[in-house]
Design a protein around this ligand. Structure first.
Ligand SMILES: Cc1ncc(COP(=O)(O)O)c(C=O)c1O
Length: 358
C-alpha cells in the first residue's frame, strides 16, 4: 500500500464554482486564473476540465502558459505580469498568449519587437494598489502609442486589480473603480473583477472577469457572504492514521516536547507534514478531522508526520482517514490558526502530494 497522503480534487465542484462566477455576471466572460499550478490543484487538469466552457486562462508567466499549450489547451492564455524579457514576446505571438503591459519598458519592448503576428495586449492601470500598472495620467498616451503600433492586435483591453475587494466595508474598491473610469475609454473592453469583486462588488463587473480563489471553492472573505456561501470546496487534503499510542499525563509529544498531556491521552500519528505543505507553524489545537470528527493537533508538525489527540474518539484505528482541510474543514479556518491565508496553503502544496481527480 502506498502512502495515503493526497489531495482529492473534485472537478464537478470546480465547474460549479466557475458557473457561479459566470452566473453572477452573465454579460461578462470569465477567465479562470490557473497560475501557481491552479492554486495547487493542478493547472493542466483544472484547465482541461474547464476547457469546454472557459474562453481563456490566466497565468503568471510564460512557463505556466507553455505547460498548458503543451498539454493541448487551445484557448488564449493571459500572462498576468506581461513579458519579463523581450524574447518572450515572439513566443507569445506564436503561441497565442495575451500579454499584460504594465510599464513603459514592457510597452517599448512590444512596440520595438519584430513579431511574426500582432499581439493581444491588456493595458494595466495602477488605480491604487501601487504594485503594477501605468499611472492614470500616463494612460492616454500609452494607449495612443500602443494603438499606432503594427504589433498590436485590436482591441486593447483596459484592466486593473483591486487591493481590498475582500474587505466589504472598505472605501478603496469604489475609489479604484472611479479612478479606472476616469482613464479607461467607455467604449474599450475592460476587466476589473477578481473573486471578491465578482462575489460582492457588482459595479466592478466588466467584459472580462478573472476569478481565482473562488473557483477552488473558498471564500475570499473573512465573514459570511451570500454568494461566497454557495461555493463548493474543490480540494480535500487527506491522509491517514499510521500509529496509535496511549501516553500518561505529564508525557510530552513530538519535537521540542512543546505539548504535554494533562490527562492520560490517546495520540494518533498521521502521515502528513510540512514536506507535504501542512504548515509547520500550525499550533496545538489546530483542528484535524479524524473519521470526520474534529480533533486537536498536538505537538510540533514534523516534515512527514503530525500528531493528534484522539482521546475523545470512541473508535479509532490505524488506517482511519484524516482530513487536513476540505469541504468540512475550510482551508481558511486552518490558515487562520497559522497566521496565513488559504491562498498560501493551497499554492505551496508540493508535488509529492498526489493529486487524485474525481
Ligand atoms: C491580476 C490578477 N487578477 C486576478 C487574480 C485572481 O484573484 P483571486 O484569486 O482573489 O480571485 C489575481 C490573483 O492574484 C491577479 O493577480
Amino acid at each position: 500500500m502506498s502512502r495515503p497522503t493526497r489531495a482529492v480534487i473534485d472537478l464537478q465542484a470546480l465547474r460549479h464554482n466557475y458557473q457561479l462566477a459566470q452566473s453572477l455576471a452573465p454579460e461578462s466572460k470569465t477567465i479562470p486564473m490557473v497560475k501557481a499550478n491552479a492554486y495547487g490543484h493542478g493547472a493542466v487538469k483544472v484547465s482541461q476540465s474547464l476547457e469546454d466552457i472557459a474562453p481563456a486562462f490566466g497565468v503568471a508567466c510564460i512557463e505556466e502558459a507553455l505547460e498548458l499549450r503543451d498539454a493541448g489547451i487551445k484557448q488564449p492564455i493571459l500572462l498576468l505580469e506581461g513579458a519579463f524579457e523581450a524574447s518572450e514576446l515572439k513566443v507569445a505571438a506564436t503561441k497565442g498568449f495575451w500579454v499584460m503591459v504594465e510599464n513603459h519598458q514592457q510597452k517599448e519592448a512590444i512596440i520595438n519587437a519584430d513579431l511574426p503576428a500582432p499581439l493581444t495586449v491588456w493595458l494595466g492601470v495602477d488605480t491604487g494598489m501601487h504594485r503594477l500598472g501605468f499611472q492614470p495620467e500616463d494612460v492616454a498616451e500609452v494607449y495612443r502609442s500602443l494603438n499606432s503600433s503594427r504589433n498590436i492586435r485590436q482591441p486593447i483591453v483596459f484592466t486593473s486589480h483591486f487591493a481590498c475587494a475582500d474587505d466589504l466595508d472598505s472605501e478603496a474598491t469604489s475609489t479604484q473603480i472611479d479612478t479606472f473610469k476616469a482613464c479607461a475609454p467607455v467604449t474599450a473592453l475592460q476587466s476589473l473583477a477578481n473573486s471578491a469583486a465578482i462575489l460582492a462588488w457588482p459595479k466592478a463587473r466588466r467584459e472580462w472577469q478573472r476569478p481565482g480563489y473562488m473557483l477552488y471553492g473558498n471564500s475570499p472573505f473573512a465573514v459570511a457572504q451570500e454568494n461566497a456561501d454557495l461555493l463548493k470546496p474543490v480540494m480535500s487534503f487527506e491522509s491517514a492514521v499510521i500509529s496509535l499510542r496511549t501516553i500518561a499525563a505529564g508525557e510530552s509529544v513530538g519535537y521540542t516536547a512543546n505539548w504535554t498531556a494533562q490527562r492520560d491521552s490517546t495520540i494518533a500519528t498521521i502521515t502528513v507534514g510540512y514536506g507535504d505543505g501542512y504548515p509547520r507553524n500550525a499550533p496545538n489545537s489546530t483542528p484535524v478531522l479524524i473519521n470526520g470528527i474534529r480533533c486537536p493537533l498536538v505537538g510540533r508538525v514534523s516534515m512527514d508526520m503530525i500528531t493528534v489527540d484522539v482521546t475523545e474518539l470512541t473508535e479509532v484505528a490505524i488506517g482511519d482517514k484524516a482530513v487536513l482541510w476540505g469541504p468540512d474543514l475550510p482551508v481558511n479556518e486552518v490558515a487562520s490558526y497559522c497566521d496565513t491565508i488559504g491562498y498560501e496553503l493551497l499554492t505551496r502544496m508540493p508535488g509529492r502530494v498526489m493529486r487524485v481527480y474525481l
